[in-house]
Design a binder for this molecule. Structure first.
Ligand SMILES: [Zn+2]
Length: 160
């Protein structure tokens, strides 16, 4: 997968800060200009299986890179690569490079973190819109039925 993106294309406005773009992802691309393929692979965390994105390079079933979100969580984290092989299921990892970068250029950090990255701008008391991905929401207040267990003994008796 050859994609033309380069570090300067995704540089946040202030050094060391996330804005529309992620500072760690900018650092990643500055350190490893060619490690920019993105694959969806299986991760097993404390017995729970999840599909998560990895960034790096894939060659003959060997992936050199990092779990994208984990890397992007640490603003000043060390820049290194892990190696993932067939035992990590790399042969069935899905190449999402093009989709990821096109989303990232369009919606910034929301393409990495999804719903936890939204930077809300409050348009009114009851409406908000994400500055990055433009997702808009309105506030809804709902009453949720709740099941409680009440004592058979009267409250007054309990207090006595
Ligand atoms: Zn957003």
């Amino acid at each position: 997968m050859s994609i033309s993106i380069k570090a300067p294309d995704i540089c946040p406005k202030i050094e060391g800060e996330n804005d529309f773009y992620s500072w760690p992802l900018y650092r990643w691309l500055s350190n490893f200009p060619s490690r920019k393929s993105v694959f969806l692979g299986l991760s097993i965390d404390r017995g729970t299986e999840r599909l998560i994105p990895y960034i790096g390079t894939m060659s003959n079933g060997e992936f050199r890179g990092r779990a994208l979100r984990e890397m992007c969580f640490h603003k000043d984290g060390p820049m290194y690569t892990d190696v993932f092989t067939e035992v990590n299921g790399t042969l069935v990892w899905e190449d999402i490079t093009e989709a990821f970068w096109s989303d990232y250029l369009r919606i910034g950090v929301c393409a990495i973190f999804g719903s936890i990255a939204h930077d809300w701008e409050y348009i009114s008391e009851a409406t908000r819109k994400c500055k990055h991905c433009k997702k808009a929401e309105r506030k809804v207040i709902k009453q949720v039925p709740m099941t409680l267990w009440e004592s058979l003994v009267k409250v007054a008796d309990e207090a006595a």
